[in-house]
Design a protein around this ligand. Structure first.
Ligand code: DGL
Length: 267
């Protein structure tokens, strides 16, 4: 039994999709969440900067003595995961692997679409992850840089979001994919608009649902918490009020007054 918290980080609000999935599947776990709202977006930054940000995010989580780190960010998982595993002596899990496995299982026609940030698509992490499992599968990637600001501004299913969804997904829909990976943790917040546009025949893979399933397995029985229910602490690097407001809508519970601003440059 290990009652330490699970540390989770993302560039902003998107990683709350992981918090939601982890709390649903492992409700006894405490979670320390860090959203790097002051330095968001990560998806347009260079590899070096994403690695440097990821390392400071992990150092902050380790200052809370977490038992594992979840990189709830498609971009940081794609670009920084292997370097972070070398740098830190704590189990670190990203979102790419589990999503690739789920997509390979789900596809029937062997055509998988991947939506991600510019950095994620450039890294080809999902493409490699899928072809490592089955190199007969065709993968179509699409960078969707406007999705993150839409989410961070609360445009989950508005007319402007529907327009941007059409703009980004028209080509991938035409390519006939039957499975679509939402390869950025912000994108499940747009799932309704995305799945409505793609239609019933397309299976949507939400990276965080897949991730949560693997966390229990990675922790193993000995490292699962033993208490009535877990609590979640939220930290951000800017705009705690804005994060609490939108985060609360998404988590479907009030988190006002529970979000603290920290100075990430110190870590
Ligand atoms: N939510 C993140 C991801 O999964 C980051 C988006 C961004 O900061 O650009 O890629």
């Amino acid at each position: 039994m290990n009652n330490k918290s699970i540390g989770v980080f993302d560039s902003g609000l998107g990683g709350l999709t992981a918090v939601k999935s982890i709390s649903a599947l492992l409700p006894k776990e405490n979670i320390v969440y860090f959203g790097d709202t002051g330095r968001l977006p990560y998806g347009t930054k260079t590899e070096d900067t994403i690695k440097q940000y990821s390392a400071s995010d992990i150092r902050f989580l380790l200052s809370h003595d977490v038992k594992m780190v979840v990189i709830a960010c498609g971009t940081a998982s794609s670009v920084a995961l292997s370097d972070m595993r070398k740098m830190f002596d704590v189990p670190i899990v990203g979102v790419v692997e589990a999503a690739c496995e789920a997509a390979v299982k789900a596809t029937v026609n062997g055509k998988v679409g991947v939506l991600g940030t510019t950095a994620t698509v450039k890294s080809s992490s999902y493409l490699r992850g899928i072809s490592d499992i089955d190199n007969g599968i065709q993968v179509f990637q699409r960078a969707c840089p406007l999705f993150v600001p839409l989410v961070e501004n609360g445009h989950f299913n508005t007319e402007v979001t529907k327009l941007v969804v059409y703009e980004y997904l028209e080509e991938i829909k035409g390519q006939g994919v039957d499975t679509l990976i939402l390869g950025c943790t912000h994108y499940p917040l747009l799932e309704k608009a995305i799945s409505e546009y793609m239609g019933d025949g397309v299976t949507i893979i939400n990276v965080c649902k897949e991730l949560a399933k693997s966390i229990g397995t990675i922790l193993g029985e000995d490292n699962l918490a033993d208490r009535e229910y877990g609590v979640c602490e939220y930290y951000v690097s800017d705009n705690a009020e804005g994060f609490a407001e939108l985060g609360g809508v998404f988590l479907e519970r009030k988190i006002d007054g529970q979000v603290k601003k920290i100075d990430i440059e110190k870590y």
